[in-house]
Write a protein that binds this ligand. Sequence first.
Ligand SMILES: NC(=O)c1ccc[n+]([C@@H]2O[C@H](COP(=O)([O-])OP(=O)(O)OC[C@H]3O[C@@H](n4cnc5c(N)ncnc54)[C@H](OP(=O)(O)O)[C@@H]3O)[C@@H](O)[C@H]2O)c1
Length: 348
Amino acid sequence: MALEAIVIACVFFFRLVITMAAVDRFSLLYREISRSCSFYIEALAIVGAWYTVRKCVSLALDTYSALRLHVIPRLSGNTDLVKKYGKWAVVTGSTDGIGKAYAEELAKRGVNIILVSRNKEKLEAVSRSISETYKVETDFIVADFSKGRELYPAIKEALKDREIGILVNNVGIFYDYTDYFTNLSEDMLWDLIHINIASATMMTHIVLPGMVKKKKGAIVNVSSAVCCHPTPMYTVYGATKSYLDYFSRALYYEYASKGIFVQSLMPSVTTTKLVAFNSVMSKRSFLFPTAEEYASHAVSTLGLSIRTTGYWRHAIQFTLSQFLPEWMWAWSALYLCRVMRKQALTAK
Ligand SMILES: NC(=O)c1ccc[n+]([C@@H]2O[C@H](COP(=O)([O-])OP(=O)(O)OC[C@H]3O[C@@H](n4cnc5c(N)ncnc54)[C@H](OP(=O)(O)O)[C@@H]3O)[C@@H](O)[C@H]2O)c1
C-alpha cells in the first residue's frame, strides 16, 4: 500500500512539472492542478477505504476470537476433558506456582494427575492434597530436570502403563533476577537448556506415541509472552521460551490430523516465586494475577487456541505490546530490567 502511494505521488509530481513547463499563466496552472488532483484524490480515497475496511474486518475477527476464547467457555460450562483427551494428565514442575494451580484445575474437572517435580516431600504433600480435595487419583514421579538425559528412561518406565490424555510441560526456571548474559554462570545456562527446553522435548517424545495410538490427546507447552519480542536481560530465558513456542506450533500442524491438540501457552507476569526477585511483580494486581487465577482461565482455553496468553488480562497486555516497534520495546525493557537488577542487588 505504501508502494502504491509512492508511485501515485511520483506520477503526480512529474505531471505537475510537465504542466508548469507548458503554461505560463497562473490561472491555467491552477486549473490544470485541480483537474489532476481530483483524479489522484479519488484514487487515494479508494485506497483509504480499502485499508479501513480491512482494518475493521480484522478488528471484528479479533474481537470474535477473544470472546470465543476468554468469555464463552467460562459462561457455557466446562468441557469434559476426560472424555475429550483421556483419564490421566502429567504436569511437570507441579509442586508450586502455575504447574500446581494447573494440576488442581485439571483435577477439579475430574482428571487424574501425575505430578513430576524434584522435591519428594512437596510432591507427597501436593499429591495428597489434590486427591483429598478433588477426589481423583494422583501419583508422582521425582525428577530433577537439571540432571539432563539420564533422567528420561526412568520417567518412560514409570509412565508406560498409564493412559496419558494431557501432558503439561510447565517446568521452567528464570535467573535469580534480570541480568546481563555474561553474568550468567555456565551452570545456569545448562540448567536453562535442560529444564526449559529438553524437558518439554523429551516428555513429549515419551508421551506422544501413546496419544497418537489412541488418536486423542493434548499437549500444553508453557512458553512465555516474552518470547514474542527480543527482550534484553531475559536473553537466554526468552530464547528457551521461543523454542517452546515454535516447537508447539510446528508439532500441532504435524499431529493435528492424528487427533492431537498442541497449545503454546504464553503467560505474562504471574505472581509466583519465579518473579519473587521483584516486589512489584510478586504482588497481585490487575495486571499480575495469582497462579490460581491464571490457571483457571488458562485451562478453559485448552482445545480452543493453539497459541494464547491463556488469560484475557494478559491478552490485553500482549496485544498492546504488539503495537510497539521492536526498538521501543527493547529500549524500555532494557531500562526496566536494569532497574529491577539494581533493586534485586540492593535487596541482597
Ligand atoms: N510466573 C511468571 O510470571 C511466568 C511468566 C511467563 C511464563 N512462566 C512460565 O511458567 C512456568 C511455571 O512458572 P512458575 O512461575 O509457576 O514457576 P515456579 O513458581 O518457580 O514453579 C516452578 C515449578 O517447577 C519446579 N522445578 C523447578 N526446577 C525444577 C527442576 N530442576 N526439576 C523439576 N522441577 C523443577 C518447582 O519445584 P520446587 O517446588 O521444588 O521449587 C516448581 O514446582 C515456567 O515455565 C515459567 O517459565 C511464568
